[in-house]
Design a protein around this ligand. Structure first.
Ligand code: HGY
Ligand code: MN
Ligand code: MN
Length: 411
């Protein structure tokens, strides 16, 4: 137990250190291959290399470290999560899973298992910089869409340019794909919601990950003078968007298990004395059942079209992500639950199996290798916010469960 306590403290100390590597002066923000990612790589690479891991950065900017098993041609378990963050992030979303992977290797104390372990810090899961998530894990899963290389961020930099600016070659992205020895994937991640805390449980086994549709929507009206334009003659893009945003909320509240969010809105020309002529907004719709999500998305788009028509505007939308719900591998789910039980005190309730409302790299890796996720309690159910946190005893339990998982896994 003492070693798990020590290791858990080291995990929290490492997450705290990495939280200082940020694009923003007073908050945590790391987008795809931004400068602070170099610092994160340097810090983790040093630890990985001290453990005898072979470390490199692949052409998609993923940090990769392999800890060999007993045999040269062995199968490998991949343990990973993402190193990028949302703006004004917490210190654990993604990062915790990467740091836990390295800590689990360290807890082996140079013992070699019958299989190898590859720890991966994915370069882009949130999709903040280019509006497209999972860039890193798609490269690793061999499902990278090369047309994405031309997508540009708000500064006009393309994905390909960002990869080159980081010192990598986008032409080599194909080489980032896992080889056939990669046999399973485990992601340890904060729950980012209130369920485990409400149930009084430290850890949970993820049964499936909700599907999600992400889109950019546009309302086009007519900018005009705020003082001289009568209300009846306006084609106000912000008023249309406001009516539509409430329609989005109504649809989600009316559909059990559906969540729908308009998280970002930009109005042009953006002056207080000018009627907004154009509004760009984001839409994020999620549900555990794909048909329900897809039907709700169509309803929300029709609402935008109807509101625009009635107000004399144009409405358009561009789907950025249409990700199906992904079940975790049943055998690995059972092993994750068994591992949680082994890490729980006597008399603890049966491990919780739960759907993840948040998206994770595991939903991309699952198309390539059998995948599992273990959730760690989120005190206050808070995430994507500086108040995001974890408890030392829960990190300790996650290390115990992860070590049990490694010893019981047969590949
Ligand atoms: O948005 C999500 O589901 C995840 O946190 N990237
Ligand atoms: Mn996130
Ligand atoms: Mn995450």
């Amino acid at each position: 137990m003492e070693s798990f306590d020590h290791s858990a403290r080291a995990v929290l100390a490492c997450c705290d250190e990495l939280s200082h590597y940020s694009e923003a002066p007073a908050s945590i923000e790391r987008t795809f291959l931004s400068a602070p990612i170099h610092d994160v790589h340097r810090h983790l690479r040093a630890w990985m290399e001290r453990l005898g891991m072979r470390v490199w950065v692949d052409a998609a900017g993923n940090l990769r470290g392999v800890y060999a098993g007993e045999r040269a041609d062995e199968k490998r378990l991949v343990i990973g999560s993402h190193l990028d963050t949302v703006p004004n992030a917490g210190a654990y979303d993604g990062v915790l899973g990467v740091v836990m992977g390295v800590a689990l290797v360290e807890l082996l104390r140079d013992e070699r298992l019958a299989y190898g372990i590859e720890v991966i810090g994915f370069s882009e899961e949130e999709g903040v910089r280019f509006g497209v998530p999972f860039l890193g894990s798609h490269a690793v899963a061999g499902s990278f869409d090369r047309t994405v290389l031309d997508r540009r961020d708000q500064a006009g930099v393309s994905v390909a340019d960002a990869i080159r600016a980081f010192g990598l070659n986008p032409d080599e992205i194909g080489s980032a794909a896992l080889d056939s020895n990669a046999a399973a994937y485990l992601e340890i991640h904060i729950e980012q919601g209130p369920v485990l805390e409400k149930a009084g449980q430290a850890l949970g086994a993820v049964s499936s990950i909700a599907g999600q549709t992400r889109a950019a929507v546009t309302f086009r009206g007519k900018a005009n003078h705020a003082g001289t334009t009568p209300m009846a003659l306006r084609r106000d893009a912000l008023c249309a968007a406001a009516e539509w945003i409430l329609a989005v909320e109504r649809e989600a509240r009316a559909t059990h298990g559906l969540v729908a969010t308009v998280g970002k809105i930009d109005a042009a020309p953006g002056a207080g004395n000018v009627i907004a002529g154009e509004v760009q907004a984001t839409l994020d719709v999620r549900h555990g059942v794909d048909q329900v999500r897809e039907r709700a998305f169509r309803t929300i788009v029709r609402a935008g079209e109807e509101i625009a028509r009635r107000r004399g505007l144009l409405f358009s939308h561009d789907v950025r992500l249409n990700q199906a719900a992904v079940p975790m591998n049943p055998d690995l789910l059972a092993l994750a639950a068994e591992s949680i039980a082994a890490a729980s005190p006597p008399g603890a309730p049966a491990p919780m199996r739960m759907v993840s409302g948040a998206g994770h790299d595991a939903m991309v890796l699952a198309a390539r290798v059998p995948s599992a996720m273990i959730f760690v309690r989120s005190p206050g159910g808070v995430s994507h916010h500086p108040d995001e946190t974890v408890l030392l005893q829960d990190v300790q339990a996650a290390l115990m469960a992860g070590s049990y998982f490694l010893r019981k896994l047969s590949l």
